[in-house]
Design a protein around this ligand. Sequence first.
Ligand code: HEM
Ligand code: HEM
Length: 223
Amino acid sequence: MVRDQSSYRVIILLATIFTHLLGASITLLVLYWLVNFREGFAFMSPVKLKIFNLHPLLMILGFVIFSGEAMITYKAIPATRYTLKLIHLIFHLIALATGILGIYAVFKYHDELDIPHMYTLHSWIGLSTVCLFGLQLLSGFITFLFPGAEPATRARIAPWHVFSGLVIFVLVIVTAETGLIEKFIFQKLKQGQEAFVVNFIGLLILLFGIFVGLIVVIPLKRK
Ligand code: HEM
Ligand code: HEM
């Protein structure tokens, strides 16, 4: 049992380092893609694709990476339970705020070019995911922070909180992957250098999701 726990600690340490490296690589690669191969980004511009580009930028760098980092805080950071709870909350709040801004950007882009809204599977899963994320945040806040449920109720709710958190994170990853595929097809990328960069971003996001999941499910006992 003690040996199990110390081997879990080693696995978590290695997986955490790898997850951070993946997060940093995804960030650099998304910036490289949008600045080097695309038009860059802006909230207001006659080049409408600059407004669109804010969407993948905010969704990946904000929603995907910050929610992933928030989910691993309990295992990755040695701190008191209260501090961990606050970091978990703040990272999730950043994820939700950037997610909402990223969706606002793509709606703005569609409005300015008179493109209809919500006609793809990506947009249906995406909007549902952001709504579920908001609900999870609200229920987590009420149960664990303010006003906070009785200890026995918290203990009963915790496994459900973890389960629904994981399901929502899977949806976040699925949405990001379908978004990248859509963009790939809309731009008719086929086999060039940009196509490789976009596919590689998708691959790293998948790995990021797998490693966050691994860290969350390892049954490490807190000291
Ligand atoms: C993971 C977070 C993401 C969420 C929650 C999300 C959500 C959405 C939503 C709700 C729309 C509909 C906008 C409208 O109808 O006006 C949309 C559109 C779009 N998104 Fe995303 N998205 C995400 C990530 C991405 C990524 C990484 C890309 C890659 C470029 C992308 C590409 C697109 C494209 C091309 C559209 C326009 C076509 C469509 O409506 O499906 N999305 N997204
Ligand atoms: C969308 C928002 C949220 C998601 C996706 C989420 C997801 C998760 C996940 C996956 C875990 C498991 C971590 C692990 O065991 O390694 C967890 C644990 C936890 N979360 Fe959240 N969470 C969210 C919001 C919140 C909020 C707002 C609070 C309250 C401040 C909170 C409080 C907690 C607590 C106390 C635990 C530890 C539960 C235990 O005793 O095992 N969460 N959360």
